[in-house]
Design a protein around this ligand. Sequence first.
Ligand code: GLC
Length: 412
Amino acid sequence: MFVHWGLYSLAARHEWVKYREELTDEQYQVYFDHFDPDRYDPVQWARTAKAAGMRYVVLTTKHHDGFCLWDSALTDYKVTNTPHGRDLVGPFVRACRAEGLKVGFYYSLIDWHHPSFPVDGNHPQRDDEEFKAATADRDIRDYQRYLHGQVRELLTDFGPVDYLFFDFSYAGRHWWGGKGPDDWDSPKLLEMIRDLQPHVLVNDRTGIPGDFVTPEQYQPSGPMTRNGQPVIWEACQTLNGSWGYDRDNLDHKSADLLVRMLVDGVSKGGNLLLNVGPTGRGDLDPRAVAALGELGRWTDLHERSVRGCGPSTYTAPVDCRYTQRGDRLYVHLFSWPLRHLHLPGLAGRVRYAQLLNDASEITRTEIAPGEPVLNTQMGGQPAGTLTLQLPVQRPDTPVPVIELFLDTPSGS
Ligand code: GLC
């Protein structure tokens, strides 16, 4: 579970509100002055994540607006100076650990508040000529020290951290003055991280390769590669297009779509990092809780078709996704056909088949190649096809799964 939470949660209209509305520090200060999440309950967050089938939680310790959720010694722009007055990161870490979840920190490389962060086309004050003139001598190296210092704090003050999500590099992208690995001194940053916590997984957005790549708000069309080599990937996805709490945004994905996204990702060797944007009081949005609840009902019954599974070397039929672990091949049906599902290449390779939700047997036939198609007789299947006999009634679950026990393990 990804958690985007900060001052922008009070504006409740997207975490980029400061940029979008070109708000000055003074205008944005109102959210700092009213930040008091009286209902913050990280244990509840962790339990909700776990019940949804998630096994790690990634919190925005600092987003682009520069506001810090922990008591950083390097800035005053932090939660301990708001009406809330207390660190939020420590309780989060303890809650995750208590629930047996891994801990992840998101940290924004971009900083719209820091006095040494050079203004660029991706900054709230990008059109403010006076501001730009007054800040023209900003030196990124001062900011670089701050950034490295803060990452050091995050990796020394909260015990073991499992995962770091930096966000993001944009040298050469359409914004003028874009910044990248030279500006962050990413090689040195990575060196320090490896030194402090050798086991932490780091994403790729410092602009130099990390441990995994991070497609955002799209589903890759197959296993991902870099220079022809497979890479570990994790798609980060929103529930409604916004990362931060966005009260009036109604573009919510159905639970059905969310399950399909999870399955689709695993069938391509990837992982899903699904976001929630808690409210300014610290509650998970009820709409998020409902979606995660449905996701949890599906994973509860179907966990073994995704966890620890990867792509199969078999090619799935239309509207299906395959995942595989050893001799188990899982057929995920994105649509429910009439009575028969034809699986190319699987004839003679399956020793048993069942619906995963209730372990009810699925019987199988092999239609002899060349068999004609007659009024009431199926035919016309290529050699090697295995045909499953499905009930007319589709199981009442977002994505039904058939578990195939293969004779000989093949594929990965
Ligand atoms: C983007 C956005 C940001 C969000 C992130 C999550 O880069 O700038 O708001 O935190 O993606 O992946």
